[in-house]
Design a protein around this ligand. Sequence first.
Ligand SMILES: NC(=O)c1ccc[n+]([C@@H]2O[C@H](COP(=O)([O-])OP(=O)(O)OC[C@H]3O[C@@H](n4cnc5c(N)ncnc54)[C@H](OP(=O)(O)O)[C@@H]3O)[C@@H](O)[C@H]2O)c1
Length: 310
Amino acid sequence: MFTQQRKAGSGFGARSTADDVLAGIDLSGRTALVTGGYSGIGLETTLALSRAGAHVIVPARRPAEARNALPEAEVHALDLADLDSVRGFAADFLDTGRTLDIVINGAGIMACPETRVGPGWEAHFAVNHLGHFALVNRLRPALADGARVVSVASSGHFLSDVRWDDLHFRGTYDPWLAYAQSKTANALFAVHLAKLGLNAFAVHPGSILTPLQRHVPREEWLALGWITPDGAPAPGFKTPAQGAATAVWAATSPLLDGRAGAYCQDCDIAEPARTDDMLVGGVKPWAVDPESAARLWQVSAELTGLDLFS
Ligand SMILES: NC(=O)c1ccc[n+]([C@@H]2O[C@H](COP(=O)([O-])OP(=O)(O)OC[C@H]3O[C@@H](n4cnc5c(N)ncnc54)[C@H](OP(=O)(O)O)[C@@H]3O)[C@@H](O)[C@H]2O)c1
C-alpha cells in the first residue's frame, strides 16, 4: 500500500506558493472546479488557477460571500451537506455541455459541535466525504480525458482510520475524531478513484490559520501550538498561498503522471509517516489502503445511492 509513497523530486517544498508551482504553466482553455474556493486555502487556489489562465468554477454554500470574494469567478450555489443540492448543481453543469479538466475537492469543516445532516449522518463525514463522493459521481460525464481530481485531505487523518463499526458516531461524539475520519476518507476516495482509472490524488495542504478553525476556542490555540504567545502563527504554519500550493501541484504536475492515488504534501508525494507529529506529516497506512478504499466506496455508494463509475 505504500509502494507509490515515494518522493517525485518536484523541486518545490513547504514554502512554495501556488504561484511558484504554476509559474510557466498555461492553463488557458482549461476549466477547473474548486469546492470551498472562496475561503482560506481554496480562495488562494482559485486565484492562482485563474492567474494561470484557467476558467474557475466555484460552487458555494454562501454564493453571495463567494461573489464578494471573487467578483470575476463563476459562482454557483452548492451545499455539500444536501445531496439534492449536489444533484441540482451537477445537473445544471452537465446541461451546459462543458467539461472539467481539474476538480479540487477543497471544501471542509473541522472540529464542529455534533451536527447531523440528511438522514442523521455525522456532519464531517457527510460534508467532507459523502458530499464530494456524490459530486464527483454526478460530474463523471463531464470529466475530460485525463482530468485531475484532487481531494484536500489532512494530516488530521493521523487520529483515526474509518470507524467501520460507527461511521456516524452513534456512540460518544468526538469532534477531532470526526474530522480525522473524514480526512482519512478523503485520502481513500482518491485511492479508489485511481483504481477506477481517474487521475486522482489526495493532498495535505499544511497547517494554515483560516476560518476552518472557527469552532476551536481562541484560548486553545496556544495550547494546541497553533500560535505563539504574541498571537502569530506558530513556526511551521504556512500562509494560505503556500497552503494552496500542493493542491495546484497535484492538479497540474507531469511528475504525477502514472502515480494516481498518491497522497501528497509540500508539493511532492508524501512518504510514509515516521512520527505521530501532524506538523511533520507523511501518510499513515490506513489512508492509502486499497482494500479500505474499496470498502469505503461501497459504503458511500450505499449511503448516497450513487455509483456512477461502474
Ligand atoms: N487550514 C488548515 O490548517 C488545514 C489543514 C489540513 C487540511 N485542511 C483542509 O483544507 C480544506 C480547506 O480548509 P480551509 O482551511 O481553507 O478552510 P475554510 O477557509 O473554512 O474553507 C472551507 C470552505 O469549505 C466550505 N464549506 C464548508 N461546508 C460546506 C458545505 N456544506 N457545502 C459547501 N461548502 C462548504 C466553506 O464555506 P463557508 O465559508 O460558507 O463556510 C469554505 O468555503 C479543508 O478540506 C480542510 O480540511 C486545512
